[in-house]
Design a protein around this ligand. Structure first.
Ligand code: NAP
Ligand code: 8YV
Length: 310
């Protein structure tokens, strides 16, 4: 008999197919009556989670048999980890397999934000090259300081890439690491010392609005912000105002506070490059994430330790 799981939301196609083939699955988002679906799954031991929906204590209580929440993605800010711990529910995520892709995306944002490649291409496509002449000069990466806020698995992959572009690295974490990069004691100090500040911390309550007006003031009118972490880490209305008033030079953003809704005022900015949360969005990486999500469920049901507990 197949092990029973509940799937919270639609997600990566290949992974959904695997989950439905390899387990007996209830798809919560398709249930005409959500409460009845949860009741029918009350004895289920596994839950596979995709996306932004909150997995809170209330949902966990509706599934009293729950032993494991297997998340698709490394960020688990949408899961109430304290509630899971209280109920002795294991939470797993999909770290490491996406480091390279997310770091590539961060570098694309650094490149595009400083060099304005999307804006210069739009200039050409709009036929302005002929009439207005060459596109205005922008800023080089080489010789600039890249400050990494959150030098973890992905942050280290970004630092490695940025060095190959001739940038120098500094960082801030809560804990100093055994690395050769200079450490800044707080985020304001890091912003002050950086030309480009890249955010790669987890989201959630502890980092909410960590990048605020004080940090952006420290970054200054020649500084750039790149965010591949979570929109919640930035005070978004303040960032918008700083971009509109050119109090920072520019921003490259893969993540937003209320995805997929992005305040329209961002669309009008010439000094921002905006991606729709695509950092891990390649065929290879999304498959690897899904395989890990599925593997954690199988390991748990086989009575073995999961591969990537949070
Ligand atoms: P990780 O290895 O755990 O690294 C996170 C780093 O942030 C750690 O070095 C941690 O160091 C630091 N940190 C945590 N809280 C902090 C705080 N309050 N102030 C300063 N530094 C703090 O995680 P990862 O695998 O690199 O992933 C990082 C995040 O990227 C994920 O949680 C996710 O939200 C985001 N992400 C986004 C995408 C995307 O598609 N855009 C894809 C993957 C991941 P200390 O513990 O010493 O502070
Ligand atoms: C995904 C992510 O876009 O891993 C994360 O934390 O943000 C991304 O890899 C997301 O998890 C898929 O919805």
């Amino acid at each position: 008999m197949k092990n029973e799981i509940i799937i919270t939301a639609p997600g990566h196609k290949g992974t959904l197919e695997r989950l439905q083939n390899e387990f007996s699955a209830v798809k919560l988002w398709e249930a005409p009556d959500r409460d009845a679906a949860l009741k029918s799954a009350s004895g289920f031991r596994g839950l596979a989670h995709f996306g932004h929906m909150r997995v809170d204590g209330k949902l966990m209580d509706a599934l009293p048999g729950l032993e494991i929440i297997s998340n698709f993605g490394v960020g688990v800010d949408q899961i109430d980890l304290d509630a899971a711990k209280q109920r002795k529910i294991i939470v797993t995520n999909t770290p490491d397999v996406l480091n390279d892709c997310v770091a590539d995306c961060a570098m694309a944002l650094v490149l595009n934000t400083l060099r304005k490649f999307p804006q210069s291409e739009a200039y050409l496509r709009a036929g302005q090259w002929v009439g207005k002449g060459p596109y205005p000069l922008c800023t080089s990466l080489g010789g600039k300081v890249l400050g990494v806020l959150g030098l973890g698995r992905i942050g280290e992959a970004i630092a490695k890439r940025a060095q190959a572009f001739g940038m120098t690295i500094r960082y801030h974490n809560r804990n100093k690491k055994n690395v050769t990069y200079p450490y800044d004691k707080d985020v304001v100090e890091l912003a002050k010392n950086s030309d480009v500040l890249v955010i790669v911390t987890p989201g959630g309550a502890e980092t909410a609005k960590l990048v605020n007006a004080k940090v952006l003031d420290a970054l200054g009118p020649d500084g750039y912000l790149v965010n591949v972490a979570r929109g919640s880490v930035v005070d978004e209305p303040v960032l918008l105002k700083y971009l509109q008033e050119k109090k920072i030079a520019g921003a490259g953003l893969d993540v937003f506070a209320d995805e997929p809704r992005v305040p329209e005022a961002f669309f009008k900015l010439d000094n921002a490059v905006l991606f729709p949360h695509v950092a891990s969005a390649t065929v290879e990486t999304r498959k690897a994430m899904g395989d890990l999500q599925v593997e954690n469920l199988h390991l748990h049901f086989a009575g073995k330790p999961v591969k990537t507990p949070v």
